[in-house]
Design a protein around this ligand. Sequence first.
Ligand SMILES: Cc1cc2nc3c(=O)[nH]c(=O)nc-3n(C[C@H](O)[C@H](O)[C@H](O)COP(=O)(O)OP(=O)(O)OC[C@H]3O[C@@H](n4cnc5c(N)ncnc54)[C@H](O)[C@@H]3O)c2cc1C
Length: 346
Amino acid sequence: MADGGWIGIAIPAEYGGGGRGITEASIVVEEVAASGAAMNGASAIHLSIFGMGPVAKHGSEQLRSRVLPQVASGDLHVAFGVTEPDAGTDTSRITTRATLSADGSHYLVRGRKIWTTKAPYCDKVLLLVRTTPRDQVTKPTDGLTLLLADLQRPEVAITPIQKAGRNAVVSCEVAYDDLRVEVSDRVGEEGQGFRYLLDGLNPERILIAAEALGTGRVALRKAVAYANERVVFDRPIGQNQGIAFPLARSHMELRAAELAVRDAAWRYDQGLPCGEAANVAKYLAAEAGYTAADQAVQTLGGMGYASEYDVERYWREARLMRLAPISQELVQAYVATHVLGLPRSY
Ligand SMILES: Cc1cc2nc3c(=O)[nH]c(=O)nc-3n(C[C@H](O)[C@H](O)[C@H](O)COP(=O)(O)OP(=O)(O)OC[C@H]3O[C@@H](n4cnc5c(N)ncnc54)[C@H](O)[C@@H]3O)c2cc1C
């Protein structure tokens, strides 16, 4: 994928990338998922495709030119360390702390992250840390800083988490015990990390939505093939409307979600506000992808539960997109508050 230029597709051309947008990047991950690789395949590459957005946008020229070409060429893998065991979706509650040295040259990072995907294979992690305590800032999301830290160091302990699916890619607990990070590896200004992170959240939601879409497409394709071939009571099972109609409905739901994904990607690439569109796309694609995978399991009957046909894997992988990178509940909370103007609940 790196040799073909796909990994660096959304990295600016002056840093060795393809200089394309989120529209093209989302099509790449959708097709990877739809090939049958589903989330296992897409998750192995998606952070390299979109994860460096905050560095490309807010990093110093020195940091950008040092890191981005290596990510585009596939030589440098970077993990994403935001979620913490005790903070949950309320990112302002993170407690991983970075303390600046007396001479101002480096930070020492101490704390614990959870669900850091690909940690054992990544040399670097884009790490969100607190640099000013929560009770000393005006807004709870102030005082957070984004660092590009080394991961394969004795001060970092990585423990993989057993999980339901997407097991081609590990997700880990990561403990930082006074890890040194040079100030030159800070992304942008101290205390502005949450703002920089927000810039990357919409592309992430759009790409994950595209992966959900691809996973739903391959599940539906396999279900339709099986429904045409499998004969029970002297006719193909797809002749029964109880089997055909849910598949037709899934097709329509995936088509609608696809339009939402394209709209969100287009808006992002045009520099238009796209918070609503990205959240809508993620919600609809996660639901459509999961429903298609679930219906594929149902269509294949007992064989739907067998690993041989892969649909049980699509079902387990599609389930993830209703939880991460943001849960369906929190998407609804965003829409209720920011689109409909209802009182904030989170
Ligand atoms: C396989 C996998 C890979 C991941 N990879 C990464 C990664 O690489 N880097 C990283 O930083 N993170 C990663 N994550 C973390 C992921 O982003 C979080 O799990 C996700 O955002 C949900 O947060 P949480 O698990 O803390 O849930 P919690 O915040 O504890 O929420 C638990 C439940 O409560 C609900 N809830 C919470 N608050 C409200 C509210 N106000 N209203 C309604 N419902 C609410 C949520 O919707 C959810 O259903 C990964 C997670 C998984 C499962």
